[in-house]
Each structure stands twice: as structure tokens, then as C-alpha cells.
Ligand binder design. Structure first.
Ligand SMILES: C[S@@+](CC[C@H](N)C(=O)[O-])C[C@H]1O[C@@H](n2cnc3c(N)ncnc32)[C@H](O)[C@@H]1O
Length: 272
């Protein structure tokens, strides 16, 4: 995981950058703050290595001449088109029942934003300190958006490894309706096919792949399924369409889509 990273900022936003720097440092990231003259496309092209930058829109991840932050405002048209009937994730997670839900693999928070919009009360857990700090910023911006404010009021962010978080919930004998797991971004070589979406999405993926560990270096989430089954009435796992089962466990039910599927595991002993 990144523990040492440069942060570029123009003089004008230096104070803001120092605040981010302090927050990141409290989360174990050593930030080297560099005041620069002009944070523009040319500067980013000349500094292609992974870094952070701060401007009037807050904290960004930058690399390869691009910059990105989780963009929940850009999701609004998609949220407006969505419904409990049309979304496979809504059926898989039974969102019509307005469940309590732990999303144990937050990422950019897009799935959770949709689930909160469709009625879930979400605890969103992310372990990567930089991604978490970006999410926190995005959430706080969304709080002042007229459409998103009521949606993000149903999202709580937690900075933790989900394994620790789920163990803690189990120790308290807490029970939630759903734990949602989406441990893997599509692999780098699947990117072009799996994400035939807008250029914006491809850009976000490229930068995230640089930030997060290589697939081979990280756990693949198998442990999370077993822990989640101790605290959730229903565990829902998002998988690439043809991927093997998480933890080799055959699900009780599946919903198949074109690019991905949802595997559901029901814990009947937890349903009252
Ligand atoms: C594929 S992304 C999730 C994408 C997300 N569903 C979305 O809509 O943006 C997986 C994320 O889970 C996080 N993650 C993986 N294992 C984790 C764990 N044990 N605890 C917390 N976060 C974890 C990774 O850091 C990564 O950000």
C-alpha cells in the first residue's frame, strides 16, 4: 500500500492541502507537500507518477497526465433512471425492504450510492487510506447537493479493514440485513471489454489500478465471505460474470447480468 506520496498544490490552496496532509498522516500516509506555480494539464503531463493534488474542488489522485476523484454528482442521472424493479442489485440485496447494509468493499462507493438511493442504510467500509480520504471528501461535497443530500444521509463511512470490522460486529452479536462484497476491480487486461463505458470511467479505473495493490499481492476477499456470514442475514457478492465463487462457496441464489453477476448466501439461522 502507498505509504509515501507527493501532494502538489498552488499557494492559494496550501492551507487546505495541509489539512488533507494531516488527515492522511493520521491514517499512516506520509505526504510530501510541494507548492507549485500552476496545477494544469501541462504540469500533470510532466509529472506522470502517482501523486495527489489539491485545488478548489478538493483532493484528487493524479497520474499519467490525468486526475480523478470519486464523482458522486456524475452518478445523479444514473440514480434518477434507476428503480427497484430495473436494478439487479436491488433484487439481490432486497432493497425494497430498506435493509441495514454493510458494504465491506467501498471502492469509489458507486454501488453503495445506488443502494442508498434505493432505500438501504449503508455502512461503507474501505481500508485504503487514500481512497478512504477521497471518499470522505466526495461524501462531504455531496451533502450540499440538493439531490444527493438525502441519499448520503443514509451512508456512514468507516475507515477499517473489513475483516476487523466484521469480527468486531460478530463479537457484539450485531446482526445486519445484508453484507455486500465486491472485492475485485475488473483485471487490467479485461478493462477494455468490461468497461466499455465512458472515457471518465476508464480514467478512474486506470488511476485506481495504480493506487491499489496488484491482484496477486492482495487477498481476494475469501475471508470476508466467511466473516460476513456470521453477521448478515444475507451476503451478496458481486463477481465478474464468469469468475469462480468467492471462497469456493456455491451460493444459494444467483442473478446473472451481461458483465457481472450477484451471488447470494442466506443465513437462515440469523433470520428471526
Ligand atoms: C472493486 S472495488 C469496489 C467497487 C465498489 N463496489 C464501487 O461501486 O465503486 C474493491 C474495493 O474494496 C476494497 N477492499 C478490498 N478488501 C478490503 C477489506 N478487507 N477491507 C476494506 N476494504 C477492502 C479495496 O481497497 C477496493 O477499494
Amino acid at each position: 500500500m502507498v505509504s509515501d506520496i507527493r501532494l502538489f498544490v498552488e499557494q492559494e490552496f496550501q492551507q487546505k492541502a495541509q489539512q488533507y496532509s494531516a488527515v492522511l498522516s493520521s491514517r499512516g500516509v506520509k505526504v510530501n507537500l510541494e507548492i507549485i506555480e500552476k496545477l494544469n494539464a501541462r504540469f500533470l503531463r510532466f509529472h506522470p507518477e502517482l501523486a495527489l493534488c489539491v485545488d478548489e474542488s478538493g483532493l484528487w489522485l493524479c497520474a499519467n497526465g490525468m486526475k480523478m476523484q470519486p464523482d458522486w454528482k456524475a452518478e445523479v442521472p444514473r440514480l434518477k433512471r434507476s428503480s427497484l424493479k430495473s436494478e439487479m442489485i436491488a433484487r439481490a440485496c432486497n432493497l425494497g425492504e430498506k435493509p441495514s447494509l454493510i458494504d465491506a468493499t467501498a471502492g469509489l462507493g458507486h454501488d453503495s450510492l445506488l443502494m442508498a438511493h434505493l432505500g438501504a442504510n449503508v455502512t461503507l467500509v474501505e481500508r485504503h487510506p487514500i481512497l478512504f480520504t477521497l471518499l470522505e471528501d466526495t461524501k462531504s461535497n455531496a451533502e450540499s447537493d440538493p439531490f444527493l443530500s438525502s441519499v448520503v444521509a443514509r451512508i456512514d463511512l468507516v475507515f477499517s479493514d473489513s475483516a476487523d470490522y466484521l469480527i468486531y460486529q460478530a463479537e457484539k452479536n450485531a446482526v445486519v440485513d445484508v453484507v455486500y462484497l465486491d472485492p475485485m476491480f475488473p483485471q487490467r487486461d479485461q478493462n477494455q471489454q468490461a468497461i466499455k463505458k465512458q472515457a471518465q470511467v476508464k480514467k478512474q479505473m486506470q488511476l485506481l489500478h495504480m493506487l491499489l495493490p496488484e491482484d496477486g499481492e492482495m487477498d481476494l476477499g475469501d475471508n470476508l465471505l466467511i466473516l460476513a456470514q456470521k453477521v448478515a442475514k444475507r451476503v451478496v457478492v458481486k463477481r465478474p460474470r464468469l469468475a469462480v465463487y468467492l471462497a469456493d462457496q456455491e451460493p444459494n441464489h444467483q442473478w446473472q447480468g451481461d458483465a457481472c453477476r450477484f451471488d447470494a448466501y442466506f443465513q437462515h439461522h440469523l433470520v428471526e
